[in-house]
Design a protein around this ligand. Structure first.
Ligand SMILES: Cc1ncc(C[n+]2csc(CCOP(=O)(O)OP(=O)(O)O)c2C)c(N)n1
Length: 319
């Protein structure tokens, strides 16, 4: 289903907003004001593209990369919520709010939520619903045994589920090329008896198209799809973890920019101009600024531990 003009502008607003919120949260982590973040910078277009394709009653199982963007794009989760949740002053994007879109949180063990997603799709099928489950995971998780079993079961039973692999080329510091001999992940779908599609994960409109088709297929009872969204991770795996990429490689990772790509596409279609884009950005900046101010001014009133100093944050090692 093609998005109309209003929806396309809303998509840009969600993408630019997610980018700015993610940027601010990442910076506050670098400064030691916040701690423990897995930055989603670079991944935004995947969450936003899928977020616009799903129905509120579809169940989305988020990842630690694009969960916030998904929640924001689906509606009911503001940029202010996203920032304040980092200060413990708003619900996390993983939490399902009363009457809001249906979500399921990840668990700490990578990949273990994928079999749970298959269980949700199966339960919905048993209940006679026409809902679809969408489950997100990384290229590292894709190599977990439980994930293979889950996809095999979903293919066998033709379950209403869409698997979205966010392939950022790394599992912490392990390059994909050292974790699998296969050229890509989408081709694995043949072994599970489902279609596999590769999409540019920086292109929100392309992600939206692929997700829309996969959702329609699942909703029509024709079974699951494996979507491989190829993306670059702009930041190290998580705060305090050294990235093995060179400075040049880190800079190259930022060349594909989802917000710029959507902005250029909308300008080319005559739906957006520089002034309108600037006005949207000014509203976003103001919402995030106010949330940061509120978060920082009231943070110490709670019983939370004192924030880490930048030195302590930099000294963190990964266990
Ligand atoms: C079962 C398990 N093994 C290892 C870890 C530690 N760990 C946390 S995130 C992560 C990398 C996951 O890589 P990927 O699935 O590609 O997602 P990405 O972080 O790149 O988005 C690892 C190894 C874990 N949480 N669970």
């Amino acid at each position: 289903m093609a998005l109309n003009e209003e929806q396309l502008i809303a998509m840009y607003r969600a993408l630019a907003g997610s980018r700015s919120a993610e940027h601010e949260i990442t910076e506050l982590n670098k400064q030691g004001v916040l701690s423990g973040h897995h930055s989603g910078l670079g991944h935004e277009a995947i969450g936003v593209g899928v977020g616009f394709a799903v129905r509120p009653d579809d169940c989305v199982q988020m990842s630690h990369r694009s969960g916030m963007m998904l929640a924001h794009a689906r509606g009911g989760y503001s940029l202010s919520d996203a920032v304040l949740s980092q200060f413990g002053q708003a619900p996390s994007h993983y939490a399902q709010t009363e009457g809001g879109p249906r979500t399921c949180s990840i668990v700490g063990l990578v990949g273990t939520w994928v079999p749970m997603s298959v269980g949700i799709a199966m339960a919905d099928r048993f209940r006679g619903k026409d809902t679809v489950t969408v489950t997100f995971f990384g290229d590292g998780a894709a190599n977990e045994g439980a994930v293979h079993e889950a996809m095999n079961l979903a293919g066998t039973r033709r379950l209403p589920i869409v698997f979205v692999i966010e392939n950022n080329g790394f599992a912490v510091s392990m390059p994909t090329s050292e974790a699998t001999a296969a050229e890509d992940f989408a081709s694995r779908a043949a072994g599970y008896g489902m279609p596999g599609v590769t999409v540019d994960g920086h292109d929100a409109l392309a992600v939206y198209e692929v997700a829309t088709q996969a959702l329609a297929r699942a909703r029509a009872g024709r079974g699951p799809t494996l979507v491989e969204a190829v993306i670059t991770r702009w930041e190290p795996h998580a705060q305090g973890i050294a990235d093995l990429r060179s400075a040049e490689e880190m800079a190259e990772a930022r060349i594909r920019d989802g917000a710029q790509i959507l902005r250029a596409a909308l300008i080319e279609r005559g739906l957006l101009d520089e002034a309108a884009a600037a006005a949207i950005q000014a509203q976003i900046d103001e919402e995030i600024r106010a949330a940061c101010e509120q978060g920082q001014s009231t943070k110490h009133a709670s019983a939370e531990p004192a924030p880490m100093t930048p030195e302590a944050a930099a000294a963190l090692t990964y266990a």
